[in-house]
Design a protein around this ligand. Structure first.
Ligand code: ADP
Ligand code: MG
Length: 345
């Protein structure tokens, strides 16, 4: 946890004081948010279909305050929800944020957390319209619900892929996982020797882990190109697992070409330094929050050559299964080895 110049105890402020303190910093951006924080429930005027999603982050399970600054945690907790809304091809509009706090956190720490939450609200154009606050015996829990909107015909499900559709991914993969490896290593070194963490040269992968962004620019780009994905999912658990989700939901098989998987040079170098296979990190690492989607072959001309997106494979019939194709053309069965909330890593 970062150091604070002053420390105000949570019980000095009380629950209502804290809610008022949060509410005083919120500026609603949308006239359609009719009532925000301050009544029994928020009120908003819907436009089109509404999409709703929730993600909960639990200290010790999803984050470690030993190396995650609270502002980053607040930001990321909004981003992961916005990313789910975008993966439905909807536009995020509103969020609620619920927190369980122990009195080990001073008011200044909660201010930092909300600084991140509100920065994300500004960056993604969403209104913070409510939430809940309660106490926790020790750990921090933060749960965000996001609400987005789309015309019914714009919504994209995991189940819409067709045989032969191209499989496309935004950005690059494996960086968030390698960032986590660096943070975990430096934490272990610090525990053992007390040496200050050496994070030099790892800016990109650390940012991928600590300050991920949801790809609102990609859904906007596709709209601009006149391309509607047939299926879409965001990459929270790893490419392999998400590709299998699309294939299963669509009743198809999938093929990913190893050499096509976009990996940043700094991710590649870090993986090598850790004696890990860079492709495996991209396939199973997770937390990249890139968008994975399928498009009809006929849309290839519209998307080709765009630096923000890469065609990495295609859908097949169901009987062909889920495979990674190596450089020699050999087939390897894809396995969903990414993050599973009920498996310990
Ligand atoms: P109630 O007892 O009716 O649930 P609360 O005291 O929990 O009311 O909440 C009062 C108002 O403050 C509501 O508008 C609620 O959405 C909002 N609120 C409570 N906690 C938070 C929070 N952590 N962040 C944002 N808004 C919050
Ligand atoms: Mg409440």
């Amino acid at each position: 946890m970062s150091e604070h110049t002053s420390r105000t105890e949570l019980n000095e402020l009380g629950e209502f004081g804290l809610i008022e303190r949060i509410a005083s910093r919120v500026r609603l951006q949308h006239a359609s948010s009719v009532k925000g924080i301050g009544d029994d429930a928020a009120v908003y005027e819907p436009r089109g279909h509404q999409v709703v999603t929730t993600d909960m982050l639990v200290e010790g399970v999803h984050f470690d305050l030993g190396y995650v600054p609270l502002k980053h945690l607040g930001y990321k907790s909004v981003v992961v929800n916005v990313s789910d809304v975008l993966a439905m091809n909807a536009v995020p509009r509103r969020i609620t944020v619920s927190v369980a706090l122990s009195n080990r956190f001073p008011v200044e720490a909660i201010d930092e957390l909300y600084e991140g939450v509100l920065l994300a609200c500004t960056n993604y154009g969403v209104d913070l319209v409510g939430g809940d606050t309660c106490s926790s015996p020790s750990g921090l829990v933060i749960s965000v619900t996001a609400i987005g909107e789309a015309a019914p015909e714009e919504l994209v499900y995991r189940s819409g892929a067709r045989d032969n559709d191209l499989l496309v991914v935004s950005g690059d993969l494996g960086g968030a996982f390698m960032g986590l490896q660096v943070l975990e290593r430096e934490k272990a070194v610090f525990k053992e020797t007390g040496a200050q963490p050496d994070l030099t040269g790892h800016d990109y992968i650390l940012e991928r882990q600590l300050k991920p962004e949801a790809r609102q620019d990609i859904t906007a780009l596709l709209q601009q190109l006149g391309v509607r994905p047939t299926a879409m999912i965001d990459i929270s658990d790893g490419l392999a697992s998400e590709a299998i989700h699309i294939a299963r939901s669509s009743g198809l098989g999938v093929r990913i070409y190893d050499e096509k998987i976009p990996i940043d040079p700094s991710t590649y170098d870090a993986a090598r330094a850790f004696n890990l296979d860079p492709s495996t990190c991209a396939l199973n690492g997770g937390e990249d929050y890139e968008l994975l989607f399928t498009v009809a072959q006929a849309d290839y001309e519209r998307i080709k050559g765009n630096p923000s997106i890469t065609v990495i494979g295609h859908m097949t019939d169901q009987a062909s299964g889920h495979h990674l194709v190596d450089k020699q053309g050999g087939l390897h069965e894809l396995r969903a080895q990414g993050w599973d909330a009920f498996l310990r890593r």
